[in-house]
Design a protein around this ligand. Structure first.
Ligand SMILES: Cc1ncc(COP(=O)(O)O)c(C=O)c1O
Length: 293
């Protein structure tokens, strides 16, 4: 296989990717990533000695980064641009034309588009698009994992797929780091990727928990932002409170949510609900919030 390589889940591969594509000697010193977001893109950039460039995700833009705001100098210094849809934490999805534009920019300016698609199979109405749907995948690297789709986080199993030149670079780099996945995990992974019935059950379960919270939000006038896919909901903090103060208030009642601001400056004014406890626990949380909100 020239277009795919297995990884130990996706986190280690995401973290070390900047070490493979950043080229300080030739001026490719910048790693861009969206915020609020998963913190590993930035950490990987900083450990590789790169310049870390956060791109804010705003609701007005459908939680897509404003590519027109990036200047020519930044494009020329860009080694990799991270995107992740369905997005953690905004739960927004991206249309195929967004990936088409990114791919065209990547070819024009010589950078890599790294698409972290950890949540691509946790959807509710229609399956989200993937960067792998592009006809021309030059400069594209897609990261996926069994952690969310199959709830197999502890197996540490994922893959990178895309441009053969990037996969070849990973094949050269990864033996040095010692990140070849165990054969018995690979055998289990083949079974997990080959079975869709358990994924459908997982989607249905998240769908039921999601419905509980969406009904609560409708009753309480909590505005739902983004929230098209993933195991999260991205909700607006009630007027007059900061994300942090609101999360602290809920914590006093035993409800743990992520303040949007903890995931990046553009997350202020929102909070993230993770639909990971059991259905019974989610129902209990909704009952508590019924009184608290
Ligand atoms: C956006 C995103 N990408 C990647 C991961 C990594 O998951 P894993 O390393 O278990 O594959 C996570 C986990 O929370 C995530 O939220």
């Amino acid at each position: 296989a020239t277009e795919v390589i297995p990884t130990l889940g996706s986190k280690e591969a995401i973290f070390s990717f900047a070490q493979v594509v950043v080229d300080l000697e030739h001026g490719k010193d910048t790693v861009a990533f969206t915020e609020p977001g998963y913190p590993v893109y930035e950490r990987g950039a900083l450990f590789a000695g790169a310049r870390a460039l956060p791109l804010p995700l705003r609701e007005n833009d459908g939680f897509l980064p404003d590519l027109d705001a990036i200047d020519d100098e930044t494009w020329s210094r860009l080694a990799v641009l991270w995107v992740s849809y369905p997005n953690n934490p905004t739960c927004a999805t991206a249309p195929l034309r967004f990936y088409e534009r990114l791919a065209a920019l990547a070819r024009e300016h010589g950078f890599v588009v790294a698409s972290d698609e950890a949540y691509t199979e946790l959807w509710f109405e229609e399956p989200p698009t993937s960067a792998l749907q592009l006809d021309d995948r030059t400069n594209m690297a897609v990261f996926n994992t069994l952690s969310k789709r199959s709830s197999m986080t502890g197996y540490r199993s994922g893959f990178v797929a895309g441009d053969p030149a990037l996969i070849a670079a990973l094949k050269a780099f990864r033996p040095t780091v010692g990140t070849a996945p165990q054969e018995f995990v690979q055998r289990a992974s083949v079974v997990a990727w080959g079975d869709e019935a358990h994924v459908e059950r997982t989607r249905a379960l998240y769908g039921r928990k999601r419905a509980l919270f969406l009904e609560l939000c409708a009753r309480k006038g909590i505005r739902v932002a983004g929230s098209e896919a993933t195991m999260y909901l991205w909700l607006e903090v009630p007027a007059g409170e900061s994300s942090e103060a609101f999360a602290e208030r809920l914590l006093e009642h035993g409800i743990l949510v992520a303040p949007g601001s903890y995931l990046g400056a553009a997350g202020e004014g929102y909070f993230r609900v993770a639909l990971v406890p059991s259905e019974e626990e989610c129902a209990r949380a909704v009952a508590i919030l019924e009184d608290v909100l």
